[in-house]
Design a binder for this molecule. Structure first.
Ligand code: PRX
Length: 801
């Protein structure tokens, strides 16, 4: 171990941390730690030291637990991360022959998990669901793999997948992996332009999609988007021969789907006809597994390329340790497979561990903000992994619910009192049935109004209450209609007494049912669900602010579930800095310590490593098995983007602080990338979409703090000479971005800019724009070096226009 590593580790003295920062430390329960894979910090240090001092030995030991048709050669890994020493190169387990699909499915089946559920699929609409056991999943994967082979897909060919979170998405990824094809999943929220850009870059032989998807209350016709993208890419010279389309008939019927004869094929018409077994294509550990496009600081997305062996070992291991995964766990990650999280921690990492995974098609707040916890209870989810943006949005709903809690409680108490009075017969005798009915209905109407009919009808208590009430009313009405004849139905009792008896019964049952109903209704969204199955929580994609962390921990996890705040990137393949639950106390908002084999360093702008408590640029020294190997078709861009800023290191593009206890605190991107709801968006991409609008002359985009999304997109737009500002134009500029990139990249604010603050050499000074966007006008700094300092005043004047 190097001196710097030693001193860094020495800084992490937990006794010190406990004593100095007691308020900030969330200590795992003894019970959790005792049963954790890594029960203590000492235990972690021991393994971590091994992983740093002897990476080959450490990772070989873990890799041997997988199936290899042929063991890797020597050396176990080779690397050059120093651009000054030549070509950047990373290889792990070279010469090892394996297949990741085989390790996900066949080996788990052979180990006795054939009947274990691999995927619990939950549809957009509550109540629409399906499951696949490991055996069934293998069958489905093999059928698709056989189809792909039949249409000529071979090892190394690219297959583009543009699917929502149907089971067919992981099936398609695994089918590609089985035959050695390279999948390139494009998030199904990207526009046709973005899709065609990616098609033209990776030139797939086939595109796999579905006709439409329901996302929340909306239906999105994906096939239309694919049609446009394929037409655009054909114009650009890339013709795709086959478009395999899954009929998602809950969203759109076959008959209503536009069709291109000769190119389009229905999945359901062909795939099920193929055999349910398929020989594996054995590949080298360094053969490509997938491409995934991500945003950078220039307009063109980067095709991050991951290879097979190292990625397999790394995602499986990080999954196991960072979530303290046990075979009895039910795991749910809310990410879409269109992003890296869905690759590594919906599909590969969990399946390699033989886990049962929940795959959710819908939106987490549909039909109401309690949906996530409904799903958690339904499947008894024990590990729940999500993004801070979702935590913040649900936290907001939770706050609103607390306001209605008080109101509802008052209504419930009032109703209880009134109904008890009726029950005792006082009101009944004086006013007769109508008054009682009025009370019933007004009481119920208040609930219905307040929580919506769906909410109020939910649950057995409310059903019981309504049934009893209807029964009472029915009997009363019948008795009233029949007058004295009622005696014949119920001898020995008068009509009045009969009605009274029924009404009293209703009142009693309503009293019993009203209270729990009210309790159920007031504990909106989170606490009305049990969530007792939860054991570990996870967060990813952006820094989680301490207040969101605490809400997640206190409300969702009932203070018993550690939170794994996992810092990593598309490029890193798997977790890099992450808590290991149970191994050490947590600090809300800190990703804590490096995973095994990862050597984070914080450098200053000159690339000098900083020691002890410090802030700077986050880099990684030495390679790890899950690292990306290149940018598809552009190794030079790979080297300049990631390895030239600080020679000798991989530069993450993130800022980071390390506190005196050695805990890492990610502070966000330091390049021109904005992180919106955990999605990376390059400012240049948004700017180029804006300037494609015929009335936009120039645009500059900056990120601003956003309460829910983490960062929002703030665009300064200069219009073509003579074009007046208008709200319609604003909308059409936003639409241009939605159409070119996707709805998730839509700017939150368009700020009219008669000019942009530029240096004399023409460089836009974003620092000034950021300050104007954040309304930090007293921190503008020196503006005298601008070519036209007057522009700043003009921008400030137009801030609220
Ligand atoms: O800025 C960091 C942020 O997300 C970036 C990586 O984005 P992407 O490649 O799309 O992958 C997202 C899922 C891994 C990082 O450069 N980021 C990711 N996780 C965290 C984070 N920032 C702070 N804390 C995290 N846990």
């Amino acid at each position: 171990m190097s001196m710097s590593m030693d001193s860094k580790l020495n800084a992490v003295v937990l006794g010190e941390a406990l004593a100095s920062d007691a308020d900030d430390l969330i200590v795992p329960t003894q019970d959790f730690s005792t049963h954790a894979h890594v029960p203590s910090f000492d235990n972690y240090l021991e393994l971590y030291k091994w992983s740093i001092e002897d990476p080959a030995g450490f990772w070989s030991n873990i890799a041997s637990q997988f199936y290899w048709k042929q063991k890797w050669g020597q050396p176990v890994y080779s690397e050059n991360l120093d651009i000054q020493k030549g070509r950047i190169n990373i290889e792990w387990f070279k010469g090892g022959i394996t297949n990741i699909c085989y390790n996900c499915l066949d080996t788990n089946i052979a180990a006795g998990n054939a009947e274990k559920i691999a995927i619990y699929w939950e549809g957009n609409e509550p109540g629409v669901d399906a499951t696949l056991t490991y055996q069934q999943l293998l069958h489905r994967v093999c059928q698709l793999a056989n189809y792909l082979k039949d249409i000529g897909i071979r090892k190394g060919d690219a297959v583009l997948i543009y699917l929502p979170m149907l089971m067919e998405l992981p099936i398609a990824m695994l089918a590609c992996a089985r035959i050695g094809a390279v999948h390139s999943v494009v998030f199904a929220g990207f526009s046709s332009e973005s899709l065609s850009q990616r098609i033209m870059d990776c030139k797939p032989k086939v595109v796999i999609t579905c006709n439409a998807v329901r996302r929340g209350p909306k239906t999105i016709n994906l096939k239309d988007i694919v049609d446009m993208a394929l037409a655009e890419s054909a114009q650009g010279g890339t013709v795709v021969d086959v478009c395999l389309t899954y009929e998602n008939d809950s969203a759109l019927k076959k008959e209503s789907t536009k069709w291109v004869e000769g190119r389009d094929t229905w999945w359901q018409d062909v795939v099920p006809k193929y055999p349910a077994t398929c020989d594996v294509e054995w590949v080298d550990a360094e053969d490509p597994l997938f491409l995934l496009y991500t945003s950078g600081s220039t307009g063109k997305p980067k095709g991050v390329l991951h290879t097979t062996g190292g990625y397999m070992v790394y995602t499986a291991t990080t999954f196991k340790y960072a979530f303290d995964y046990k075979p009895s766990d039910i795991y749910w990650c809310t990410a879409d497979c269109g992003w890296i999280t869905g690759h590594s921690y919906v599909t590969y990492g969990p399946l390699l561990n033989g886990a049962s995974v929940v795959v959710f098609e819908g939106a987490p707040n549909y039909p109401n903000p309690g949906r996530c916890w409904d799903i958690v209870d339904k499947y008894e989810v024990s590990i729940f992994y999500t993004a801070p943006t979702l935590v913040r949005s649900l936290m907001r709903e939770g706050d609103e619910a607390r306001i209605s809690y008080t109101v509802t409680l008052l209504i419930a108490v009032l109703k209880h009192l009134l109904l008890s009075a009726i029950g005792s017969g006082k009101f009944w005798k004086k006013k007769g049935g109508n008054f009682s009915q009025l009370i019933y209905f007004s009481g119920k109407a208040s609930i219905l109004l307040q929580f919506g009919i769906e909410e109020a009808l939910e649950g057995t208590y409310s059903l019981l209450c309504i049934l009893m009430e209807s029964w009472g009313n029915l009997e009363r009405n019948r008795s009233e209609a029949r007058g004295m004849n009622a005696d014949r139905i119920l001898p020995n009792e008068t009509t009045h007494d009969t009605s009274f008896k029924f009404a009293a019964m209703c009142v009693d049952s309503f009293n019993y049912s009203c209270e729990p109903l009210a309790k159920k209704a007031v504990k909106m969204h989170v606490t009305r669900y049990s969530r007792k199955s939860l054991r570990v929580l996870g967060s990813v994609g952006e820094p989680i602010n301490p207040s969101a962390w605490r809400w997640f921990y206190n409300f969702v996890g009932d203070t018993r579930c550690p939170i794994s705040d996992t810092w990593w990137q598309t490029e890193t393949g798997g977790f890099m800095i992450t808590p290991l639950p149970g191994a050490w106390p947590q600090k809300p908002g800190s990703a804590t310590f490096p995973f095994f084999g990862v050597q984070p360093v914080i450098v200053d702008e000159k690339g000098v490593e900083l020691e002890g408590a410090c802030s700077g640029y986050l880099c990684i020294k030495s390679s790890w098995p899950g690292a990306f190997r290149t940018l598809y078709g552009d190794h030079e861009r790979y080297e300049t983007t990631y390895f030239s800023a600080f020679p000798g290191y991989y530069f993450s593009g993130d800022g980071c602080s390390r506190d005196k206890d050695g805990y890492h605190w990610l502070t966000g991107r330091v390049d021109d990338v904005i992180n919106v709801s955990g999605h990376r968006i390059g400012t240049a991409e948004v700017e180029s979409a804006l300037v494609s609008h015929p009335q936009c002359a120039e645009a500059a985009v900056v990120g601003v703090e956003h309460e829910v999304k983490g960062q929002g997109i703030y665009a300064f737009v200069t219009l073509v000479e003579g074009v007046p500002y208008s709200d319609d134009l604003r909308k059409s500029l936003v639409l241009a971005v939605r159409n070119q990139i996707g709805a998730f990249a839509a700017p939150d604010k368009i700020h009219w800019a008669p000019g942009l603050p530029k240096t004399r050499s023409g460089k836009i000074m974003r620092r000034i724009l950021r300050k104007i966007a954040c309304k930090q006008l007293d921190e503008l700094g020196d503006t005298s070096t601008l070519a036209d300092p007057g522009v700043v005043g003009q921008l400030i004047a137009l801030a609220d226009s």
